[in-house]
Design a protein around this ligand. Sequence first.
Ligand code: NAP
Length: 545
Amino acid sequence: MSAHSDVLSGGASESAVDFDALIVGAGFAGIRTLYELRQIGLTARVLETGSDVGGTWYWNRYPGARTDSEAWVYAFCFSKDLLNEWSWSERYPSQPEVERYLRHVVDKFDLRKDMQFNTHVASAVFDESTDTWVVTSDSGATYRTQYLITGLGHSSHPYRPPFPGLDGFSGEWYQSARWPKEEVDFRGKRVALVGTGATGVQLVPAIADQAEHLTVFQRTPNWVLPARNHTLDEETWAEIRADYDAIWQKVFSQNFALPYDSAHRVASDVTPREQQDILERGYRIGHFQFLFETFDDVLVDEKTNELVCEFLRGKIRQTVKDPATAELLCPRYPLLAKRPPLGTLYYESFNRDNVTLVDVSEKPLEDVVPDGLRTADAEYPVDVIVFATGFDAVTGSYHTLDIVGRDGAHLMDTWKDGPRTNLGAMVDGFPNLFMVDGPHVPFANIPAVVDRSVRWIGRTLTEMRDKAHTVIEPTPDAVEKWTNLMSELLQGTLLAKGASVHAWFLGGNIPGKPIVAMNYHGGANNYFATLDEEIDADYPGFTRR
Ligand code: NAP
């Protein structure tokens, strides 16, 4: 235990805590947190359910899985050395490459020695007599820690609708978020894919390339933006590296923590002809630049949003040869009411003879029969079913462990009507529990959000040490205000329309889950500034002792 530990544990004896901090999860959040705590001289241990690092990138190893943030900003920015030595091979790195990167990071900074794999945390209980957390794993091992830090991931608790009959299915079935490490061979097989979110959109071309036939079951079409993936050569890397400071500065100044400029215009500033030219240009560049560098009012003005939607419908109709299929693929709700996926050869896949689209919006999938899937009026015999049915997102992962705070309060009871936090970082009644990339943080480029959240935790713990504080907790008033702010900010954007189309970021994809704003929709840049302001103002939303 470090020399600081005694101070951090309030002068308690060294045996009082096993670690200054216990971090749950070894994805981007857990890795970044462990690095930060090392930097400030705290002892920490990461406990991770999987057998290696990666988090979402460990579990989501389905064919076609890749990032849809650009490689050079879907990364850690805390080390120049790391930024300069790592060259991603493509604009959007594939899952194996992200996994390799995360392994490289933990090895480079010698983080692995403080990580424990194959260890699922079952519970964490706050012991009020010592102001410490007692963490228990599935196997019954217990650890006592001053600080508990969760990096559980917001897309990590898979959701599969309870289709009756699955146990009796005679073929193979897979869930995208629990994909096996061994390769799945689709050759010569009839495959059903359920789900057309960001995951399904990546799976379609990958499965279609192999399978004898792919039937895609779509309940709600998505706005699939062109990814325009490409390889990155050394010349491009030299340019990116020379520009890294400016790139990251932009990331931390932009609403979605992406290195883009604002368009500095709204749609009504230009003529209809210019509008189309601007959209064409954005479409050629692809990625979320299409959203953020065309018109500044796409997310807030219904008319502009519909203009962009109609442009995209035109692209779908141009790409998909069968008009009936094209119409089924055209969404009728605003862009960004659901998180738009990026696609490569997604719409084109529906021109293949071996791909069929089945609309289950009116006649839902009812059950699984021994040789396939069934709707109210048809049966679809298949050999393999792939469920890409999403996640109990943002808060779902908090169901996998029982967090018990002061007075025996269970976190998930406290959150039964939706998450409640201050700054997306802490919850009243749960002292010394910090969350990284949990609820109420920006809906934005995750590694950047993780970086700023962890930096805030690092600065907060350092301050506490300097002032000999051992316990921190947000005030109920600050939690109430922050939680209310989440809904107010949501209502200012068209993302609020997600309630009608099962948007996961509102909880709408999980039957019975309260529909509330689970993220901060006020701009990542503003969130980062708010974190700094809280420190500068000496933590008005928290009590410390
Ligand atoms: P998702 O967006 O929630 O999509 C789940 C899909 O399953 C939807 O199409 C949904 O239809 C469908 N579904 C659910 N229940 C169904 C039922 N009973 N019958 C028929 N269809 C059903 O989940 P996801 O695709 O895994 O993506 C979730 C998020 O994870 C993304 O938005 C993104 O943030 C992240 N992600 C990122 C990447 C990346 O960075 N490259 C890749 C994958 C995922 P409805 O739309 O009608 O509900």
